[in-house]
Design a protein around this ligand. Sequence first.
Ligand SMILES: NC(=O)c1ccc[n+]([C@@H]2O[C@H](COP(=O)([O-])OP(=O)(O)OC[C@H]3O[C@@H](n4cnc5c(N)ncnc54)[C@H](OP(=O)(O)O)[C@@H]3O)[C@@H](O)[C@H]2O)c1
Length: 199
Amino acid sequence: MKIASIGSGHIGGTLGKRWAAHGHEVMFGSRDPRGERMTDLLAEAGPNARAGTVREAAAFGEAILLAVRPEHVEQALAEAGDLSGRILINCINRYDGASAEAEVRRLAPGARIVRAFHTLPWEVLAEPRYEAGRATAFLYGDDPSATAAVAGLAADIGLDAVDVGSPEAMAKTEAANGALWSVLGPRFGRTYSLQVLRR
Ligand SMILES: NC(=O)c1ccc[n+]([C@@H]2O[C@H](COP(=O)([O-])OP(=O)(O)OC[C@H]3O[C@@H](n4cnc5c(N)ncnc54)[C@H](OP(=O)(O)O)[C@@H]3O)[C@@H](O)[C@H]2O)c1
């Protein structure tokens, strides 16, 4: 699949490298696509990755990961242009009480938005396999084919994808995940993970 990552930091860089390593074509959309940091990232990501402007990456991607800090969301989506009908993966977390979900919906009207990769730290996305199983990535999108595509992208890099089924369920999942993070993070560090065992 052709995947764009708007943002090439911890999350965009990690996911982009992993998808490229698994045979997807990746384009990082950057404010500085020829800069030294991007050159280093492309060297690590290998031949399936390239870089361009945010607009070029948005035009390239069948799926577009938005992986900028919350304060840059508005600018990045403005640079991306019209994303109607496109798969847009929203991993943004805000800690100021505002809803990242609502903001991205407002700024990218008509996009097929899937909320995903936001319940795990980048260190787990970099290596989601544990001796006991695979880290669960909770996701939700209201377009079934977009959600299935993103679940496939999660599975490709070793995650256990669980579609929680509704925006209300995702809000509860995020609250529970945040509460557990405050308990388990200080104890086990950023690389602990949860897996939903099921029969
Ligand atoms: N870190 C985590 O473990 C984690 C986990 C879950 C969710 N998240 C969410 O993921 C998002 C990204 O976090 P991160 O840790 O990856 O941040 P980060 O390491 O600071 O990376 C942010 C990236 O965004 C780029 N950027 C900023 N403005 C841009 C613009 N207008 N156009 C294109 N690129 C732009 C930056 O590029 P420059 O080099 O040009 O500044 C940088 O590559 C955040 O919203 C965060 O809430 C993070």
